[in-house]
Design a protein around this ligand. Sequence first.
Ligand code: HEM
Length: 517
Amino acid sequence: MCDILWELSKKFIMEILSALTVLDVRSLLLGIAVFLVVLWFLRRPRNLPPGPWSWPILGNLPQLTWFGGELHENISKLTARYGNVMRINLPGVCMVVLHGNDTVKEAFSRQQLSERPPAYVTQVVAPGTGFFLPSDGKWTELRRLSMTVLRKLGVGKSAFEQNIVTEADILIEEFKRHGGQAFDPKHALGNAVSNIICTVVFGRRFQYTDPAFEQLLKVVDVLVSQSGAGDMFEISPVLNKLAMLPGVRTYVPSLRTYVANVNNFYGHINLLMKEHSKEKSADHHEDLIDVFLSERKIKEQQGVENAALQPENLKHIVGDLFAAGSETTATTLRWGMLYMMAHPQIQARVQKELDDVTGRNRLPRIADKSELPYTEAVLCEIQRVGTIVPLGVAHATTEDTAIAGYNIPKGTIIIPNIWHNHFDPLVWEEPEKFRPERFLDGDGKFRPREELMPFGSGRRSCLGEHLARMELFVFFTYLLHHFTIKKPDHVPAVSFKGTNGVVWGPLNFDICASVRE
Ligand code: HEM
């Protein structure tokens, strides 16, 4: 029966086509085209945020990339013309960039703006739910779980400080090993910070020379330089899918190695997780993996199905915490070393403040913080000038909504331009200058400024903020208490040029760390 109907319709269509002249075909095509344009015009969402004129198919990609410069700076330049809520089109996706402290805060306090957009490469290579993938709302459960672990470990309180102090002591020995000669601090800082995350996730630290640890850090290093929050290939689903086509990948070797490296990264995480499942030593502390597995077991015993606590999600949480928690803090410390090297007077003032409070016979502790306003101001200024996540981490809308009176359709990617907020001359006088006094009041007391938002804002703001703040304080004060950071003689000038990966970091640089008397 179906066959007969199919044959009849085919005959009917052929007859109509043969009855059409070339002219009729042209008119028909023109009619269809006009119909499609009218349909598009009528159905296109109204009152969208303003934005630059976009090219067919390519959207605003040419304006943002072809003329060089950094993406966050290019986007910022457009704000002057289009305002704090600006629409940018990329192939296959409409993206809205938010500028200004109040706009970002208001938007990210809302549930409808709290999802993550799909990251096609990661989804295909390693499907599951994590902090940086769309989670269908399951992130709230993952976040609760991770916060529970951080609280249990005493993060944010002095209970966790000893872990950081142990690592800082080892870091100091590592710096001393160079005997005041020039070296790149990247490796040592990366090891120290990664070991803190290992304590949280795996319940242990690793020797710097441990082959499994070394391998993992190497892969993270490559991945960090290859991918980027705000990276065009990650944001645009069309570019994402294009990049995954076998033909395209053949001609884009970096993407091929990127996929291999993502696999490699999760391979290492799996290995460390297997290690973790072996019998624990007596000094093993409860860690994230333990809490995940025990919560899962409890739910199973209660007969409750919990979509977030699925085994495939564990490797994502571990991987996400590792990736989010190591490179970020280590890069901030690198900016810190660079700025101290470039501003010896500011460095000397921090050292004097540390000495006045702790003397030369004991090292600074977090409890000393309230007496170290200048040091705190310097750390804030480092986070401002070294904005390591210039375009934040992309959010996505879960339903049609509105920001500042503009309609924002479901599925729109929302990017906060943190870099613009940290360099806005209307907020920060001479924003290009390194000036810690911005964070001091008239009496020299520390003055926190809400316009500084290195950890983002709202429901999905950085989960590791407390941990990061503790680490930055302990590592930075320990290093400056012990050493004076100097520019090696062979380096002509300090460069503040940044480079983009997962985070915005300084180019590799050498320092000389001279032990203080
Ligand atoms: C200086 C250090 C750090 C900076 C500047 C930083 C910055 C950020 C930013 C801007 C976000 C995105 C917020 C948003 O989506 O609106 C974020 C998210 C996140 N960060 Fe951090 N971070 C740092 C350290 C850490 C550490 C040490 C950890 C590890 C515990 C961590 C774990 C995370 C996680 C898991 C998320 C995702 C939260 C979620 O999606 O709910 N970060 N971070």
